[in-house]
Design a protein around this ligand. Structure first.
Ligand SMILES: *Cc1c(COP(=O)(O)O)cnc(C)c1O
Length: 430
C-alpha cells in the first residue's frame, strides 16, 4: 500500500478534483511520430472502398468512418446559466456518438486494429496487393482465409462492439470477453452478429486477462490488448488529422490568441490518448488536452500522479470502480498512454456520476443531441476547468472548447430515455 498524501486522500474519498499537470510541457518520451499517424490514416484510406461496400451507412462519407464537429451555442448558454460561469469562448461537440458502424469512439481504434490484422494476413497470403481495390476483401476467398484466424478482446462493452462487428464482418472467429456488469443489449447485439461472448465475474481487468491468456496459447489468435496496443492508439490518433480539416472547413484558426481546449473522457486511456497525442502533434502548445474520469474510477489520474501507471489500480487505495459511465469503468490505466501523455496532458478533472445525466439532458433539450452517460463527461470537465483553472490561465475564458462526445447511437432508445429522465429530474432540482 502506498503512502497517501492529501491529494490522494481526496481521490480516495471520491472528491471531485481538478488537477493541473505540473509535467505539462516537459520533454517527452518519444514513442510515436507524425509518420505513424499518417501511415494509419493511409491504411484507413485503402480500406475505405471496402468499408463503403460492406457498411452502406458509410456511403455518404465514402467509407471513411468520421463524425461531425458541431458548435453548440444553445448548450453553452444553458451551461453558463446553470453553472454560473461566464466565457467568451466557443463551445463545440465532436460527435463520435454518431460514428458509423459501432456508435462510439471505439469505431476508430478498434476497427483500425482489426483492419490492420486483416491486411497483414491478406498481404502475407500473396492474394492481396497494397495497390488493389480492397472491396475484393468481401469475396468468399478472403472470408475463408480470415475464418482460419480468430480475434479476441476483453471489453466493458464498446470496444467489444467495434472489434466484434468488424471482425465478424471480415469473417474472423471473434471472441469478446466481457465483465458481468457489461450491458445486456451489447452482449445480445454481438451474439446476433455471430460473435462469441464470454462473461466473466469481476471487473474489466479480469476479462482482459482471460482474453490475453487464451490468445497466448493460439498462434492464429490475435488479442486486442486495450492496455498496451499501439495499433489501437494509432487508429484513434487519425482523428486529429481529420479534425484539423474540419476546423479549417469552418474557417477556424488555432493560435496563441485562439487556443484549443479538448475535453476527453478517459477509461484505460487509448482513445483519449490517441486523439490527444494526434492533436498535440498538430497544434503543439496551442492545444490543451484535458482528460476526465469518474471519481469512482480515476485510474489514469492515479497512475499519472503517482507515476506508477499500470502498477497501481484504483482498488489498491480502496476505490470501488463503480460508475454508470461504463466506458470509463477501468481500474488500471495503460502505461503506454501514461508514458506518451505524462508531459502532453494539460489537466484532468473527475466527476460524480449524477452530473453526467444532468448534461446529457441539457444537451438533448438545447441541441437535440443524445449521447451516452460516459460521453457527457466532457461537459463536467468544461465547467470545472472554467471554474478552477481560469485564475492560472486566463485563455480558458476564450478560445475553442471541444467536448468529445464519445458514444451514444447504439444505446437502445429505452435505455436512453431512462438516462434522459434521470437528468430531467436533476435539472428540476437546480
Ligand atoms: C472506451 C470509451 C471511452 C474511453 O476510451 P479509453 O480508450 O478506454 O480510455 C470513453 N467513452 C466511451 C463511450 C467509451 O466507450
Amino acid at each position: 500500500m502506498i503512502k497517501l498524501d492529501s491529494f490522494l486522500r481526496k481521490l480516495q474519498n471520491y472528491e471531485e478534483l481538478c488537477w493541473e499537470n505540473r509535467n505539462s510541457g516537459n520533454p517527452t518520451k518519444v514513442i510515436f511520430h507524425m509518420t505513424d499517424i499518417e501511415d494509419a490514416s493511409n491504411r484507413l484510406l485503402r480500406f475505405a472502398p471496402y468499408i463503403e461496400h460492406v457498411f452502406p451507412e458509410t456511403v455518404k462519407y465514402q467509407g471513411i468512418i468520421e463524425s461531425e464537429l458541431t458548435e453548440i451555442p444553445k448548450m453553452l448558454r444553458e451551461i453558463e446559466s446553470i453553472d454560473q460561469i461566464n466565457t467568451n469562448g466557443r463551445l463545440f461537440i465532436k460527435r463520435d456518438n454518431d460514428l458509423p458502424i459501432s456508435g462510439s469512439i471505439k469505431a476508430r481504434g478498434g476497427i483500425y486494429e482489426v483492419l490492420k490484422f486483416a491486411e497483414t494476413i491478406a498481404l502475407n497470403s500473396g492474394k492481396l496487393n497494397i495497390t488493389d481495390n480492397y472491396t475484393k476483401l468481401a469475396n468468399s476467398e478472403y472470408r475463408e482465409l480470415f475464418s482460419q484466424y480468430s480475434i479476441s478482446v476483453g471489453s466493458t462493452g464498446n470496444l467489444g462492439l467495434s472489434i466484434g462487428i468488424m471482425g465478424a464482418k471480415l469473417g474472423f472467429k471473434t471472441i469478446v470477453h466481457m465483465s458481468e456488469d457489461a450491458k445486456e443489449w451489447k452482449k445480445e447485439l454481438l451474439r446476433k452478429k455471430g460473435v462469441t461472448v464470454i462473461e466473466h465475474c469481476g471487473d474489466f481487468n479480469q476479462a482482459v486477462n482471460a482474453g490475453r491468456k487464451e490468445a497466448e496459447t493460439d498462434p492464429k489468435c490475435h488479442f486486442v490488448d486495450d492496455e498496451s496496443s499501439k495499433d489501437l492508439f494509432l487508429g484513434y490518433s487519425v482523428a486529429a488529422l481529420r479534425f484539423k480539416e474540419q476546423l479549417k472547413a469552418q474557417n477556424i484558426d488555432v493560435n496563441a490568441e485562439n487556443p484549443l481546449f479538448v475535453y476527453l473522457p478517459c477509461g484505460v486511456g487509448g482513445g483519449p490518448g490517441g486523439v490527444g497525442f494526434g492533436l498535440k502533434m498538430i497544434y503543439g502548445e496551442n492545444v490543451n488536452i484535458i482528460f476526465v474520469e469518474p471519481t469512482h474510477s480515476p485510474c489514469m489520474l492515479l497512475g499519472l500522479y503517482t507515476g506508477l501507471h499500470d502498477q497501481i489500480s484504483v482498488h489498491d487505495i480502496g476505490i470501488d470502480g463503480k460508475t454508470e459511465a461504463d466506458g470509463l469503468a477501468v481500474g488500471k490505466p495503460s502505461k503506454l498512454v501514461g508514458d506518451v501523455m505524462s508531459s502532453l496532458l494539460y489537466a484532468e478533472t473527475t466527476f460524480s456520476d449524477d452530473r453526467l445525466f444532468l448534461y446529457l439532458a441539457m444537451l438533448a433539450n438545447t441541441e437535440n443531441i443524445f449521447i451516452e452517460p460516459s460521453a457527457a463527461a466532457g461537459f463536467t470537465s468544461y465547467v470545472d476547468v472554467n471554474k478552477h483553472l481560469k485564475k492560472n490561465n486566463p485563455m480558458i475564458g476564450k478560445g475553442i472548447h471541444v467536448v468529445w462526445a464519445t458514444g451514444g447511437n447504439m444505446v437502445p432508445s429505452k435505455d436512453m430515455d431512462e438516462y434522459y429522465q434521470r437528468g430531467e429530474i436533476l435539472l428540476k432540482k437546480r
